[in-house]
Ligand binder design. Structure first.
Ligand code: PRX
Length: 690
């Protein structure tokens, strides 16, 4: 395939200029323009963001300073405030504002079901009516401003309705990805003391049927046992027709496998009278109008849990005003939003990418988005590109793990479809290897689309390092340069700033509007995790290097987190699941490279005296992790470890375990090991497939 706009640069890396057709229409057309805007955004953030804030609706302006913060633990509590005292409502800004500007009949979302024959759409006016109705439902259930509402739902339009309704009445949503186990869900409900939960009966993912209601029932039982009663459980009837719902205490199993994956008529669910309520029944008797609750810009919008290195998830808290500004602005510039776009982000709304770039960022711009319920492989590995052609998607955003998985199926699945509507292809969640980048660029994008490799985190709320598609020449594998308002730095272990080329800890010097405000209910943990190590900086937990041209390359986590298919897991979380098995004395888990997932989990397990390491035990241990965290956390490798390598003070040396996991005998300094003889045994016990 002819490539017209890539050429080698001095340091050997490929450099791709922005596609010229895109450049002509782009909001930012050159590096000079980017640099000028960037300079203003960091030298005078107040003016920069004040101008942007004027595009939104505010009931009243900020009462104090537009922007104030403290990033230095030595100078008092860490605090970040944007537009404090200003009154607004984010749902109003996502819907009513656009309708007032004539966008009422514009499609807000297309919906594509797991089955290619299930699809639908909703316009801005229709979405507002549904959101208002559900806002009234929530109010009727006694939910009001400041209450926490858990959401555990599949990728259906009602998920967006539920989150926007919470925002409309000032309730704080806490969405839990509907792939987490009942225990993980319960842990999150308890931490946030949610008073209600919104879910659906079940969902098809490819050929698998998930009984979501059963998982919720189990989670609520755990909450009850721990003394917290969730009063209301609203259930969307997505699969089960009313006559098949078994309102007795059955175990929720499927009666038989259906022939095709059309919405099942076989799903049985439990029903607890008084607590469980059908969504559709509540929606019949409520008004399509609901006055928004006028909130402070610094009131919480949502919390979203992310893994923490101690094993206990952290409730990352985002507030209304800054998050609204930043997600809309990054969406506009990074996907170079144009009114006729059809934009598709494949992320589940249960992760931050789905919050910021399925829901709030696109709606903040009045864009047309697409919500997809299924998987890239069902009915076959051409599904993504079939959908791209069906809706003529112009901007597409997915994860490197999906790209790598699809690459394995070969180019034919892609080439079967035209994909001629595509202009920008984005990636997020983990470092993208140049091979996958180039396949995305050449095969999916026909060498005509800009690739935007966006680096960010649950904590950052929106993109922080990213190319701008009409301006930034890209290098495969580099997230390139900071977005407006973001000041990255690389630090040495001692906290010295590395100027020019080099490698170090990636930190940020001052807040942009959507940086997290705290860890819900635990300000101390917020400060310790992100601000203690390098006073004056927000610490990402990632390593990065800067090359001769100033491009930033993320090298990966520098803490005990594993990035499995773009989802962060803490090794401690997996270890605490493993040690709940009666035969396990101790466990240590580390990251191991994986050709599709990027990283996977490799566990070393020390058994109690007399216990035997068998294949059955390995299966049991994998199942424990699935049950305690979720199927996506299942370890790929487990090995018997009669002992673990420890320092004399008893600390597990994970650096050595990582080497053993990949079979690398180049261990470096082992002088601090208490007992070197364990090493050989561990090498001998490596599983054959590792
Ligand atoms: O390690 C970085 C990696 O994902 C982490 C954040 O994970 P999470 O909070 O779950 O949010 C994922 C979606 C925003 C980061 O600390 N990461 C994310 N994007 C990239 C990345 N690593 C390299 N390149 C990226 N583009």
């Amino acid at each position: 395939m002819a490539e017209t706009n890539d050429h080698s640069v001095a340091n050997g890396a490929l450099l791709f200029d922005p596609p010229s057709n895109l450049q002509n229409e782009a909001h930012v057309k050159s590096m000079q323009q980017y640099q000028k805007m960037y300079k203003q955004s960091i030298e005078d953030p107040e003016t920069f963001w004040r101008e942007i804030s004027a595009q939104f609706y505010w009931k009243s302006p900020p009462t104090g300073k537009f922007f104030e913060y403290n990033f230095d633990v030595g100078k008092g509590p860490i605090s970040i405030k944007w537009m404090a005292g200003a009154k607004t409502n984010i749902c109003y800004n996502m819907l009513d504002r656009h309708i007032a500007n004539g966008l009422g009949d514009k499609v807000a979302f297309y919906w594509e079901g797991n089955d290619p024959n299930d699809f639908g759409k909703v316009t801005y006016s229709e979405l507002l009516a549904r959101v208002c109705k559900f806002s009234n439902v929530l109010k009727n259930l006694g939910i009001s401003r400041g209450d926490r509402v858990a959401i555990y739902m599949p990728m259906i339009l009602d998920l967006s309705v539920a989150m926007l309704a919470c925002a409309r009445i000032g309730a704080i949503h806490s969405i839990v990805f509907a792939g987490y186990s009942s225990e993980s869900l319960a842990e999150r409900i308890l931490d946030a003391t949610c008073s209600a939960i919104i879910t659906a009966d079940g969902v098809w993912r490819g050929t698998k049927l998930l009984n979501l209601k059963k998982i919720v029932d189990d989670a609520l039982k755990i909450c009850d046992e721990k003394g917290h009663r969730v009063e209301k459980c609203v259930v969307v009837r997505h699969l089960s027709p009313s006559d098949e719902v078994v309102k007795t205490n059955v175990n929720g199993d499927i009666e038989e496998e259906p022939e095709a994956c059309r919405p099942s008529r076989k799903l049985k669910i439990n029903w607890q009278a008084g607590r469980d309520i059908w969504w559709h029944e509540m929606m019949t008797s409520v008004s399509t109008e609901c006055e928004p609750e006028w909130m402070d810009a610094e009131d919480p919008l949502f919390m979203l849990y992310t893994s923490g290195s101690t094993g206990k998830p952290k409730g990352v808290l985002h507030t209304i005003g800054g998050y609204m500004l930043y997600t809309a602005t990054t969406f506009k510039f990074v996907f170079d939003y144009q009114p006729e776009d059809v934009y598709w982000c494949t992320a589940d709304v249960g992760w931050i990418t789905g919050h910021s770039y399925v829901t709030y960022g696109p709606l903040g711009n009045g864009a047309t988005g697409l919500i997809f319920e299924g998987t890239p492989f069902y009915p076959d590995a051409g599904r993504f590109w079939e959908i791209v052609d069906k809706y003529r998607v112009t901007k597409f955003y997915t994860a490197p793990t999906a790209i790598r998985a699809l690459m394995k199926f070969g180019d034919d699945f892609v080439n079967k479809y035209k994909r001629d509507s595509l202009k920008i292809l984005g990636t997020v969640g983990e470092p993208i290897n140049p091979e996958a980048w180039l396949w995305y660029y050449r095969v999916v994008g026909n060498s005509k689309c800009a690739i935007v490799d966006t680096f960010w985190q649950t904590e950052t709320g929106g993109h922080v390092l990213t190319p701008l598609p009409g301006a930034t020449p890209t290098k495969p594998g580099s997230a390139t340069f900071p977005f407006f308002g973001v000041i990255p730095a690389l630090l040495t272990e001692e906290g010295k700033v590395i100027e020019g080329p080099g490698e170090g800890y990636l930190v940020f010097k001052q807040p942009w509007p959507s940086l997290m405000r705290t860890v819900y209910g635990n300000q101390e943990r917020f400060e310790t995790t992100y601000f203690k190590k390098f006073p004056g900086y927000y610490c990402t937990g990632d390593g990065a290097k800067r090359d001769e041209d100033g491009y930033i390359w993320i090298t990966g986590r520098i803490d005990d987190m594993v990035n499995v298919s773009g989802h962060l897991l803490s090794t401690a979380e997996v270890e605490s699941a493993l040690i709940t098995h009666k035969n396990v004395a101790e466990a240590a888990s580390v990251s191991h490279p994986h050709s599709i997932k990027g990283e996977c989990i490799y566990c070393f397990v020390t058994l109690k005296q007399g216990a035997e390491y068998t294949n059955d035990l390995v299966t049991e241990l994998k199942n424990i992790v699935r049950a305690k965290i979720g199927p996506f956390a299942q370890p790929d490798f487990l090995q018997n470890a009669p002992a673990l390598p420890k320092t004399r003070s008893g600390k597990i040396m994970r650096r050595i375990l990582r080497k053993i996991a990949v079979g690398d005998r180049n261990l470096g300094d082992t002088s601090t090991l208490a007992d070197e003889s364990v090493i050989d045994v561990l090498f001998q016990n490596r599983p054959n497939n590792a």
